[in-house]
Write a protein that binds this ligand. Structure first.
Ligand SMILES: Nc1ncnc2c1ncn2[C@@H]1O[C@H](COP(=O)(O)OP(=O)(O)O)[C@@H](O)[C@H]1O
Ligand SMILES: [Mg+2]
Length: 294
């Protein structure tokens, strides 16, 4: 199971996402983005975060560390927002924590370039887990210390909302036309060749074993949580072998407007950030660049 920590302080709500996650501190002195069991999206969102986040990290993708956080709602007593109070009250017990990346910025495809190999790995992974939440509208990627990180795997594995149709649903194609990394010529074939052989029954079994039992108990149609864990392994295993043949990607449309102010964009380029000298040299040659000039 995930490492378990105890929340010691509710710091502040994060209002960028739809599920009102909060920043909390815990007894291991860590700071986490907490996703609540009592949120409207339900506990299956948390199961998806664990299965997909742990899988992604084991495939070599950057996913912040995940923990299970024990919450006593009393730590939020000083929080004035009624909505937050209700959420905390409904979430006593185990919740999900993702290591907080301080100073990270939302990924902007116009300000940050990803090479085709990495873009391919991310698109292939999102196809495997059927992630509908990594579009240019809502990238769910952060740039931290110059590298892109993957967050928010709650809206994945649509099949776990309808188990009888799970295997059939897992055979369906993945439309990556709106994927935030579609404009970077993702090398899907190379990603599939490198990653698909890693997605073994053993790896998936290890990944689903990370999910806390309490988020799996009482699922209709499953008499034990072990059976339910097993049900997550099969569709992912089946999909890994051939999903690269069913990734649809229409030609990218015109560049989308950047959502990041120009003065910030230079901080989004990979390390090392351009120095004043680099910028002066660029101005000299009159070259325009995607990075830092807007
Ligand atoms: N690990 C993290 N470190 C820093 N900021 C984060 C982290 N995880 C999420 N955030 C911020 O919180 C927002 C909402 O988180 P997200 O996981 O996308 O939740 P939602 O399910 O509500 O969309 C993100 O868009 C990002 O700005
Ligand atoms: Mg999100």
């Amino acid at each position: 199971m995930l490492q378990e920590v105890v929340a010691t302080r509710y710091v502040t709500p994060l209002r960028e996402g739809g599920s009102l996650p909060g920043i909390v501190e815990a007894d291991d002195l860590g700071t986490y983005v907490m996703k609540f069991t009592g949120a409207g999206q339900g506990r299956k969102t948390l199961v998806a975060e664990v299965v997909c986040g742990e899988l992604g990290r084991r495939l070599g993708l950057r996913v912040p560390e995940l923990v299970a956080i024990e919450l006593d709602p009393v730590i939020g007593l000083a929080e004035p927002d009624q909505e937050v109070q209700e959420l905390l009250k409904a979430s006593a017990g185990l919740n999900l924590g993702m290591d907080y990346l301080p100073g990270s910025l939302g990924f902007d495809p116009l300000a940050y370039e990803v090479d085709p190999a990495e873009a391919g790995r991310v698109v292939w992974f999102d196809a495997l887990i059927n992630n509908v939440d990594r579009s240019w509208r809502n990238p769910n990627m952060l740039v931290w210390h110059g590298d892109p990180w993957l967050i928010d795997h709650g809206a994945t594995m649509i099949w776990h909302h309808n188990w009888p149709g799970a295997q059939a649903s897992a055979a369906k194609p993945y439309n990556a036309s709106d994927h935030v990394l579609a404009p970077f010529a993702p090398d899907i074939a190379a990603a599939a060749a490198a990653l698909a052989p890693l997605v073994t029954e053993e790896l998936l079994t290890e990944v689903v074993a990370q999910v806390p039992d309490v988020w799996l108990e009482g699922e209709p149609g499953f008499d034990t949580t072990d059976r339910l864990r097993r049900a997550y392994v099969e569709p992912l295993l089946a999909r890994a072998g051939s999903i690269h043949e069913r990734i649809l990607m229409e030609a990218p449309a015109a560049p989308r407007p950047s959502q990041v102010p120009g003065w910030l964009t230079e901080h989004l380029t990979p390390w090392p950030h351009p120095t004043k000298k680099d910028r002066a040299a660029r101005a000299d040659t009159g070259r325009t660049s995607k990075d830092g000039d807007r």
